[in-house]
Design a protein around this ligand. Sequence first.
Ligand code: TYD
Ligand code: MG
Length: 480
Amino acid sequence: MAKRTTSFICQACGAVYQRWQGRCEACGEWNSIAEEVSNDAHAAPVASGGARLKKGRVIPLEGLSGTPMDAPRLPSAIAELDRVTGGGFVRGSVILLGGEPGIGKSTLLIQAAAATALAGARSVYISGEESAGQVRLRAQRLGLGGAPVELAAETHVEDILATLSAGTPPRLVIIDSIQTMWTDAVEAAPGTVTQVRAAAQGLIRFAKTTGAAIILVGHVTKDGQIAGPRVVEHMVDAVMSFEGDASHHFRILRAVKNRFGATDEIGVFEMGSQGLVEVPNPSALFLGARDASVSGTAVYAGMEGTRPMLVEIQALVTPTALGTPRRAVVGWDQNRLAMVLAVLEARGGVRLGQHDVYMNVAGGFRISEPAADLAVAAALVSSLADLPIPPETTLFGEISLSGLVRPVPLAPARLKEAAKLGFGEALVPEGAAEAARQAGLTARPVQRIADLVAEIAGGAPRARPRIAGGGKAQSGVDDW
Ligand code: TYD
Ligand code: MG
């Protein structure tokens, strides 16, 4: 008979304790620890009659051929998805796809399963949330009704593994979602940390022994509240997050962890009536509805992984009515903005202490590179002085605390993309000036932050700044 063990598991972070306590020491959460009885502490479900690897079997390292990057892969035929996985689903790998409910995870995965099935690979879609009929209806609405995907509505892991083990081994298995799965191996309600982990273990073991690629869907709320998917992150080969803004149509697929590829790649999709459509040229999308005649906007030539991406940075600087000015930022790091403001003030002679500052990255996009510093500074100065930056200008460069503009990686790729999109001039660190010329752009090298302030003033039609609601005494830019 299986050994029964009792443990106490934090439902918020997955920490395991020998006895109950009121507060989890690992995550600090109160009343999150629940008792869970397991039939065997290390039990994970296995398919009945499934083959097991012999214990203690070892293989020499030099006997393995190839690197993880050229592992056998199953391409999905969705280029933006393959870009993020690193060229397709690796045999025997398990991917966790996280995202808020309604973002489009099921839509993306039924499209992927249909594409692999049409390419001749056995693809199975297991839904624990919708009936098989509902999944089929959705596929038909997406024009994928003819794809030979096997659909099932099931939540019991042992039954799923038995179904998968019958017939030719599947190449791709979608589990939608891991929170709905449960196994006999542990006694806990579906959706609890214990069940999610045990169910994931069983499915991962199946992937490793049969070579099927498995995608586990995991719902995550805005503040990452449901702990379920978090606790399997370390068990899977890749973690992807599907992000987007309810008010925008586009969705971004990001690799958070990837044992078989780069983690800085993103895939961009647009949600339409025909499901998710790939966006091969996201810069055009992000710059789409741009009004270049207003002050306070700057186009940043950024990189997302190996792909250059131009995005508009918007700033609004207004005199404050409060004792402590407001600083609000969407799409960028708040601390980084505080640093740019401080450097502008200390090294650029731009006084912002009496101004509220709002910053936004257009289209709901999120930037993480410090290379955006220069474009952010430009948007701020432009808004403060009410001097628009010429529409054909793009910028990038990291700003150091000393006020120097530092070089950033991959300048030629950024500049080529800018030239391709019709930009004519680049405000860049000195080192990138040559690359700008080679890309066919007019280079305006910027050595220090003060040079940037002068460039914006010099390149604009008006000689003196005009600040909304302020007289000359309020002029925030004083050394030009
Ligand atoms: P879904 O894939 O069910 O999200 P998730 O699995 O992440 O919870 O997507 C649901 C949303 O997508 C729903 O609000 C409707 C929208 N949608 C479209 O706009 N067009 C479509 O073709 C489909 C299938 C869904
Ligand atoms: Mg879904």
